[in-house]
Design a protein around this ligand. Structure first.
Ligand SMILES: Cc1cc2nc3c(=O)[nH]c(=O)nc-3n(C[C@H](O)[C@H](O)[C@H](O)COP(=O)(O)OP(=O)(O)OC[C@H]3O[C@@H](n4cnc5c(N)ncnc54)[C@H](O)[C@@H]3O)c2cc1C
Length: 328
């Protein structure tokens, strides 16, 4: 057997997550230099539905493990089932989305498989025939290249790093359905509830002014709101720490676990620009970033980079604007 790249399919009640199709694109890059099979694995109570979708969209073979105890995601059972099936597929690489779910089970899975684990992968490259993976560190300021050394390596892959490949198959891949009655022994998933509300007014906004941790304290949000108020059809948003702190509601969070926005103008205030934030706003028409750190990663995608303290810069900007309009 020549070995394989196994893609762990993330799905919600049988509907495949977009990030899984990005894993397929990464698998393609890996196998350009190494002829490995690509196999998708789907776990769940409705695994067959997602498996059929994967097989149709990708043309690759899919193994589906149907288990009624996975009507709700359970990391323990995920790990147990994968530890059972993966050795039969002879994986060289196991690709998992760096999502909340992927991060939940992937490192533990690697331990159980005695495999290496590289998290946060956002690029693949090859040198002299050997394959390497890259990830960013220190809020996107440093890129770390890693060489896999184990027979099997589990990789968690940053959403947004590879262009999704779907609907590329002329003939669907095969689907092998296996039934499992295994139960989790140590944990039970009890239920889910919606964490975010759908409508934050962000989708309609032409201009979004977004507050990051650099805003410093809740009271400084007034500055962000005043800046937003200068623009018609504007909205205030925030990065995750701002929403975690309760300064803004979660429905205002932009990024991987928040909203994806593409306003005409996005003004990032005190936001460092980690990939989990930028995947949610990099489609904006024009990006302005204000940060005290000249090396902040947000400046890599900003059209205008302002290295200033926002607590002094924003009041000065508002004042200058009001003066220009003859308000003062
Ligand atoms: C699975 C997962 C999902 C995630 N989902 C999201 C998500 O959806 N959205 C999201 O945003 N994050 C998400 N995160 C968190 C993400 O990794 C970062 O921790 C977060 O985006 C950092 O927020 P920040 O840029 O506001 O803060 P920081 O990274 O702390 O950056 C603050 C910036 O402000 C600057 N600064 C400090 N003081 C000032 C000042 N006075 N004036 C101007 N600049 C100043 C600093 O130099 C720095 O550049 C997720 C993480 C994980 C693991």
């Amino acid at each position: 057997m020549k070995g394989s790249i196994v893609i762990i399919t993330e799905h919600n009640k049988g509907q495949v997550a977009a990030s899984t199709y990005e894993l397929l694109a990464m698998a393609e890059e890996i196998r350009q230099g190494r002829p490995l099979d690509v196999i998708a694995v789907v776990l769940g109570a409705e695994a067959e539905t997602a498996a059929q979708e994967m097989a149709k969209a990708t043309g690759e073979p899919v193994v589906a493990i149907q288990n009624q105890h996975l009507a709700l995601y359970n990391s323990e059972l995920y790990k147990d089932l994968l530890v059972d099936i993966l050795p039969q597929l002879d994986p060289v690489f196991v690709l998992v989305g760096q999502t909340t779910q992927g991060l939940d089970f992937a490192p533990g899975l690697a331990i159980c498989l005695k495999a290496g684990c590289i998290t946060g992968v956002d690029a693949v490259f090859r040198e002299e025939g050997d394959i390497y993976f890259s990830r960013v560190m220190y809020n996107g300021k440093i890129v770390l290249d890693l060489a896999p050394l184990t027979k099997t390596t589990v990789l968690t892959v940053q959403p947004g790093s590879f262009k999704a490949r779907r609907d590329i198959a002329t003939t669907p891949g095969s689907v092998e359905l296996r039934k499992s009655t295994a139960e989790p022994k140590k944990t039970r998933s009890l239920g889910t509830k919606r964490a975010r509300q759908e409508d934050a007014g962000l989708a309609e906004a032409d201009v979004i002014v977004s507050a990051g941790r650099g805003t410093g304290k809740k009271e400084n949000l007034g500055l962000i709101q005043r800046l937003a108020a200068l623009f018609p059809r504007s909205a205030v948003a925030g990065s995750r720490p701002v929403c975690d702190s309760g300064w803004l509601e979660y429905k205002k969070q932009v990024g991987l676990t928040g909203a994806t926005v593409s306003p005409r103008v996005y003004i990032a205030c005190g936001i460092s620009g980690t990939i989990q934030h930028t995947v949610g706003m990099q489609g904006s028409g024009f990006i302005v970033a204000i940060s005290t750190d000249p090396n902040a990663a947000i400046f890599n995608i900003a059209d205008v980079c302002i290295v200033e303290d926002l607590t002094t810069f924003i009041p000065t900007l508002i004042e200058a604007y009001e003066e220009s309009k003859g308000y003062v």
